[in-house]
Ligand binder design. Structure first.
Ligand code: NAG
Ligand code: NAG
Ligand code: NAG
Ligand code: NAG
Length: 481
């Protein structure tokens, strides 16, 4: 998958969020930033609430930031990572605390990783809206404290990302009914997802990805949820129907779990932009219909070998914004539907490692934006319907090897691109196949070469996507709500 494509998708999501957030954020930030009445009054002796000030000192000490206790007024001696707001009596209250080196631009106080903890004094900050800990307790693994469930009713954002938290998710977090963002990405959390989280009815983003959560997904309903990421866990069972009625979803990622059952009907989630259900054990028939998903840009279902289905010919009708379609290794049978060639924005199409037969639909010649096509390891036959220009555009990202009888037609003028075609894994239609021995060894080398390369680029990709995701979280968390 190309880097820029992924960037585009993630950025699109971020942009969507920003647009959505704009009206939400304005009132608060106007009070916080700039030459507001609040700050001029601060000169006239406005002070931080004394109880909250002591609580902040406790919290800073517990994270190895004792320097903060020398600051006479934590709200007025502001550092990156603390935000306050005056009330009508000119008393400052702490509304946001953030820890961890997110990037060079946003250096919140870092935690001493060997002996940090979350101080129980945190529950003495009743006006807190945002609490953010990133890479804080990694060398001092500890459970998520259940007292976080007692945080004030203003709390909208709770981010505990890559902190090395162990144990299960405390069901007390379900008491934080005003939360909009709950992000527990990449810890070592185990046990099942607490049913109590279903009480957070205004949740907009739930990210529990990259933990060791097990059991089935509870019957949760989040009418306002935009982003749901439960990927990279050990979740089993089928997707509850309640999740499939969260019709504000923009992104649903349940990849890399042990989910089973019939492939879900997501056609009611009309705002979806990104769907990733890869590496599970969903069974057929094929995920469809999808004709309501006009906004969908990326559909990734690879690595569901028990799907064992045919692709209905109208499966991708109306997906006018689809850019990425990845259906590798799903045990798909029968023919490639002609309608796939009518996806106007398609750039990446992977259908490799299935049992698809018949020939490549001629409609594929109209996929003018296609830059990556994998049809290798199927049972396809016949001459390829691509123009020279398309082949030249895709080059090594065209994979056709290991099929029953794909070839190119000499009359099409493709012979000049012999190297590319040979790399893609096919030969001339009129000529008998090359001598097997030589052919096999060359192809093998090709596969080894390209798989090493793709492993390297995958690594690069995951690094980049990590950075992008992080900035997405940051924007999402701080700009939106
Ligand atoms: C928090 O939730 C638990 C159940 O999940 C409940 O027993 C407890 O009383 C709640 N605490 C507060 C302070 O609301
Ligand atoms: C979760 O992990 C802890 C150790 O970190 C272990 O003691 C506990 O038994 C585990 N619980 C489950 C449900 O796997
Ligand atoms: C979810 O609801 C279905 C029926 O609505 C029920 O069969 C199932 O047991 C429920 N699952 C959980 C975990 O509560
Ligand atoms: C393709 O495979 C399906 C079942 O797997 C079979 O019914 C059909 O006859 C095959 N078609 C061709 C053209 O080989």
């Amino acid at each position: 998958m190309s880097l820029s494509l992924l960037t585009t998708i993630l950025l699109t999501l971020i942009h969507t969020h920003l647009a959505m957030s704009f009206t939400v954020i304005l009132p608060d930030s106007a009070q916080l930033e700039g030459p507001q009445p609040g700050s001029s009054m601060a000169k006239n002796g406005a002070k931080t609430d004394p109880q909250e000030q002591q609580a902040v000192y406790d919290i800073m000490r517990a994270t190895g930031n004792s320097w903060a206790t020398d600051i006479p007024d934590v709200c007025r001696g502001r550092w990156h990572g603390i935000e306050c707001m005056p009330d009508k009596d000119n008393v400052y209250h702490v509304i946001s605390l953030s820890f961890g080196a997110l990037s060079d631009d946003t250096a919140f106080p870092t935690c001493d990783p060997t002996r940090s903890s979350i101080s129980p004094s945190i529950s003495k900050l009743p006006h807190l809206r945002t609490l953010f800990f990133y890479r804080c307790f990694s060398y001092n693994p500890q459970p998520i404290p259940s007292f976080l469930g007692q945080l004030g009713s203003d709390l909208q954002t709770l981010v505990l990302r890559e902190n090395g938290h162990i144990g299960s998710i405390p069901h007390e977090l379900g008491n934080l009914t005003r939360l909009k963002v709950l992000d527990l990405h990449k810890n070592n959390l185990n046990g099942s997802i607490p049913v109590s989280l279903g009480r957070i009815s205004g949740l907009k983003s739930l990210d529990l990805s990259s933990n060791q959560l097990s059991g089935s997904i509870p019957n949760l309903t989040f009418p306002a949820v935009r982003v749901l990421d439960l990927s990279q866990n050990h979740l089993s069972g089928s997707i509850p129907n309640t999740l499939l009625s969260c019709n504000s979803l923009l992104k649903i990622d349940l990849s890399h779990n042990r989910l089973s059952g019939p492939s879900p009907n997501i056609n009611g989630l009309e705002e979806l932009i990104l769907v990733d259900l890869s590496y599970n054990s969903f069974i057929g028939p094929f995920l469809s219909p999808l004709n309501n998903l006009n906004s969908l840009q990326s559909l990734i279902l690879k690595g569901n070998p028990s799907m064992s289905a045919t692709i209905p010919n109208n499966a991708f009708e109306n997906l006018n914004n689809l850019i990425i379609l990845v259906l590798s290794n799903m045990n798909l049978q029968g023919q490639i539907p002609e309608s796939l060639g009518r996806l106007p924005k398609l750039r990446v199409l992977h259908l490799d490692r299935n049992r698809l037969n018949g020939s490549i639909p001629t409609s594929f010649s109209k996929l003018n934006g296609l830059s990556e096509l994998r049809l290798n390891n199927n049972q396809l036959v016949g001459s390829i319907p691509f123009s020279r220009e398309m082949i030249w555009r895709m080059r090594r990202k065209l994979r056709l090897n290991n099929n029953l009888g794909l070839c190119y037609d000499a009359k099409s003028g493709l012979g000049d691109d012999l190297d590319t075609l040979f790399d893609a894994g096919i030969g001339h239609c009129d000529k008998p196949k090359p001598v097997p021995l030589q052919h096999i060894s060359t192809v093998d080398e090709g596969i080894i070469r390209s798989s090493t390369k793709s492993a390297a680029s995958l690594h690069k990709l995951s690094l980049l996507s990590q950075i992008i995701q992080l900035s997405a979280v940051f924007l999402f968390t701080f700009c939106l709500f």
